[in-house]
Write a protein that binds this ligand. Structure first.
Ligand code: ADP
Length: 530
């Protein structure tokens, strides 16, 4: 659910009532059920008027079952409404509330159920009219559902879900109370439909048969286009079952406890239970889907956190070097100014280098941001030999301090490659810094060699070789992995950044042992063509 109360598109996974029914469901609803119904109809129709013995426990059993299934269906539909807040779902949930509630006065008014020979409340016409009103009401709710349940008209309710449900149930209960009061208190005023506790009059056809059949026919017509959703399909089945039940129990001489009457009651029960079973099956199918969605969401959140950590580490790693350089240069500059005869010219050079470092740090941040924007990868032609010299100049002071001899071997005067200048410089700086670190503890010659050469006509190979401690063979597979480090103050991001930069440039990067000792990191870039 979104902040403004409208449903989230992701909520669709939780709303099975609007989902497409499975093939098996469609076959059952549009093939098996109507087929069986037709079979029952043809078998029972010739005997429908045959009067059977009244089974006393049958009515309370039937009414209790209908009440229970109606209430459970209503609860499931309300829970679906609370997710999508569709008016159509609220209406149909209330349809089932209506159907359930009206059964209470119906059973209390049923003749001979609580007291022999008479009803607890109301008169002869009460149960007959409550039966008519129950069916007309339910059919009315189904028709309203079918009309509202179209994308254009089914407006989603804003505001509190509980409030909407509470108010709608209050409204439905008020309608049931009003109808029940009318049927109980004014039963003598109601048109005659029942002639005694068992038989119905000719008026039954006009007051019950015609309106019920017309409303369920309308419901079938309106629901036909909605048969592509689970709820639409099964409400269609319900409307169809009630429609077929009309000629079974209403003709030729309608009466309670006839073969037709018993058949219709059983069919109604089966239809209601079928809807309930389908909804319950859909709910149980929903749980694995929700579990998968929750797991996927959790994984995504964790991945985002890891990415966030990696990005933070990347920024810290990359910006640390120019910041450290700026601090060293600023300290040197201050020392030069603090001398008895201040060396202003050299201090000025230091300050200019600080400015350069500042620009480099800003460039690094820009290039990291550009990495995350698809359109931000600016590629230009650049002379890699020039860039090597420029980059080694940047850290030449540092190399001097660490007693590292620098050798630059470029195969040609200029080699123009295509790429992002700041990013390629980052790669060189990372590789050189690592090489310097690996030689830090070495008492012998410390030689750093940076080479460039043209290979296979359209590729330039750049290598950074050192005479340091080399790489443990067991670490070879993982040194390019993010967060892998063997240094106490390392972040393990440098080589991972180098690899992502080089691969984003269409090149590759790898490491081999140096001879006689140390490591050689090599990467390729495309030569600029044309
Ligand atoms: P960090 O420098 O923060 O440790 P890197 O991703 O740059 O992260 O390097 C990962 C690891 O690879 C280092 O901790 C080190 O063990 C190894 N490594 C990188 N460059 C070299 C090198 N030139 N010589 C030896 N080991 C190296």
């Amino acid at each position: 659910m979104q902040a403004d109360g409208t449903p989230d598109p992701g909520d669709d996974a939780l709303v099975f009532t609007g989902a497409n029914p499975s093939r098996a469901q469609r076959l059952l609803a549009l093939g098996v059920v109507p087929g069986l119904l037709l079979l029952v109809f043809c078998t029972v129709r010739p005997f429908s008027a045959v009067q059977l013995r009244p089974v006393e426990a049958f009515v309370p059993f039937y009414v209790t079952m209908m009440f229970a299934t109606d209430v459970i269906i209503a609860v499931i539909l309300f829970s679906q409404f609370s997710i999508v807040r569709s008016r159509a779902l609220l209406v149909i949930a209330n349809g089932y509330v209506f159907a359930a509630l009206i059964l209470v006065p119906y059973i209390l008014a049923f003749p001979g159920l609580f007291e022999p020979g008479r009803a607890l409340i109301g008169g002869l016409q009460t149960t007959a009219w409550l039966y008519i009103l129950r069916h007309c009401g339910l059919a009315g709710f189904i028709c309203t559902f079918a009309v509202l349940n179209r994308t254009a008209t089914d407006m989603h309710l804003r505001g509190g879900v509980r409030r909407s449900i509470f108010l709608s149930i209050c409204g439905t209960t008020a309608i049931v109370l009003a109808l029940a009061t009318l049927c109980i208190a004014e039963h003598s005023m109601l048109p005659t439909t029942a002639v005694d506790d068992v038989h119905f009059s000719g008026g039954w056809l006009y007051y019950a048969g015609l309106p019920i059949a017309s409303l369920y026919s309308l419901a079938v017509i309106l629901l036909w286009p909605r048969r592509h959703t689970v709820l639409g399909l099964w409400l269609l089945v319900v409307a169809f079952v009630h429609l077929v039940a009309v000629p079974l129990s209403f003709f030729p001489s309608p009466s309670r406890f006839s073969v037709g009457w018993y058949t219709v009651v059983v069919i109604n029960l089966i239809a209601n239970s079928l809807v309930l079973i389908v909804l319950l099956v859909e709910i149980s199918n929903l749980y694995p889907r929700v579990m998968l969605a929750v797991r996927a969401q959790r994984r995504e959140r964790e991945a985002r956190l890891v990415t966030g950590d990696a990005v933070a580490a990347m920024i810290a790693h990359e910006v640390k070097q120019p910041l450290a350089a700026m601090i060293t240069r600023a300290e040197t500059g201050l020392q030069r100014l603090d001398q008895s005869v201040p060396d202003i010219a050299k201090a000025k050079q230091d300050i200019m280098k600080i400015v350069g470092d500042g620009h480099r740090a800003a460039g690094i941040i820009d290039s990291i941001r550009a990495n995350f924007k698809k359109d931000g990868r600016v590629r230009t032609g650049m002379d890699i030999n020039h860039l090597i010299r420029e980059t080694t100049d940047v850290i030449s002071d540092d190399l001097d301090k660490r007693r590292i001899a620098l050798e630059i071997e470029t195969g040609a005067a200029s080699l123009v490659v295509t790429g992002n200048r700041t990013q390629v410089q980052q790669v060189l700086l990372n590789l050189i810094a690592n090489a310097a670190d690996s030689m830090a503890a070495d008492e012998g010659d410390r030689i750093l060699t940076v080479r460039s050469q043209l290979v296979e006509n359209d590729e330039v190979l750049v290598s950074v070789a050192d005479t340091g401690k080399g790489i443990d063979p067991q670490d070879l597979d993982r040194i390019f992995n993010p967060l892998f480090t063997t240094k106490t103050d390392g972040m393990g991001m440098g080589l991972s950044i180098c690899r992502s930069i080089i691969e984003a440039h269409g090149g590759s990067i790898w490491v081999t042992p140096n001879n006689p000792k140390g490591a050689v990191f090599q990467f390729t870039l495309s030569l600029e063509t044309g």
